[in-house]
Design a protein around this ligand. Structure first.
Ligand SMILES: CC(C)(COP(=O)(O)OP(=O)(O)OC[C@H]1O[C@@H](n2cnc3c(N)ncnc32)[C@H](O)[C@@H]1OP(=O)(O)O)[C@@H](O)C(=O)NCCC(=O)NCCS
Length: 180
């Protein structure tokens, strides 16, 4: 079939990029961040986010290893062209352990971690995972609230589990959520 030409119905006009840019500057970009599988090319950015979030950051090489591991699921939280968070889990049979969840320090406290975690859990369920475990530092209030509101319950406590070079050893809580 030939492409239409000449005096057919007029195509809808694309929004003028200048007007679009002006609206975005005046009112901000209201598009919510997207949760999607992370790619190998994200390894460096994920390592940056991890280093900004944890005392012992994982390097780019460690993320590259995780990203090619078939038993590891990593989702990134992307806003426009920026990766602003991630969630990492390792699966074994029908169980998974959440290894890490982090949000860019500049983006915290905006409720972004919940959709990231819930979407990540949905993908784990889609991979046949029935039970999810994680460890969280007892005094990490934002993380505990995040996990509790996502349906995790405390099933264990590890005294003095986190040993920093300075300061006292900190306790870990083991949390669990069933997905089925
Ligand atoms: C834990 C973390 C992912 C939460 O991300 P976030 O997007 O800032 O969290 P949210 O804005 O979605 O808030 C989650 C909950 O924590 C609460 N919260 C947020 N900041 C808080 C703070 N500074 N103190 C206490 N509670 C806080 C929120 O009110 C919310 O609880 P609610 O549902 O009862 O209202 C983020 O703080 C982070 O990256 N921390 C460093 C890495 C880390 O500790 N990861 C978790 C262990 S693996």
């Amino acid at each position: 079939m030939r492409a239409r030409s000449g005096a057919g119905p007029r195509r809808p006009r694309r929004p003028d990029p200048m007007i679009h840019g002006l609206i975005a500057r005046l009112f901000g970009d209201a598009r919510p961040p997207t949760v999607e599988p992370a790619a190998l090319a994200d390894a460096r950015r994920l390592a940056q986010l991890h280093a900004a979030s944890f005392h012992r950051g994982w390097g780019t090489g460690e993320f590259e290893q995780l990203l090619i591991d078939r038993n590891v699921l990593i989702h990134r939280l992307r806003h426009k062209n920026h990766v602003i968070g991630f969630a990492v889990s390792r699966c074994a049979a029908d169980e998974a352990e959440i290894l890490s969840v982090a949000i860019d320090p500049r983006q915290r406290g905006r409720g972004l971690s919940r959709p990231l975690l819930l979407s990540h859990l949905g993908h784990l369920a889609g991979h046949g995972v029935a039970r999810v475990f994680l460890e969280v530092e007892e005094n990490n209030e934002p993380a505990r609230r995040l996990y509790e509101h996502a349906g995790f319950a405390v099933v264990g406590r590890r005294e003095g589990y986190y040993r920093a070079s300075a300061g006292p050893a900190l306790n870990a809580l083991v949390m669990r959520r069933d997905l089925s």
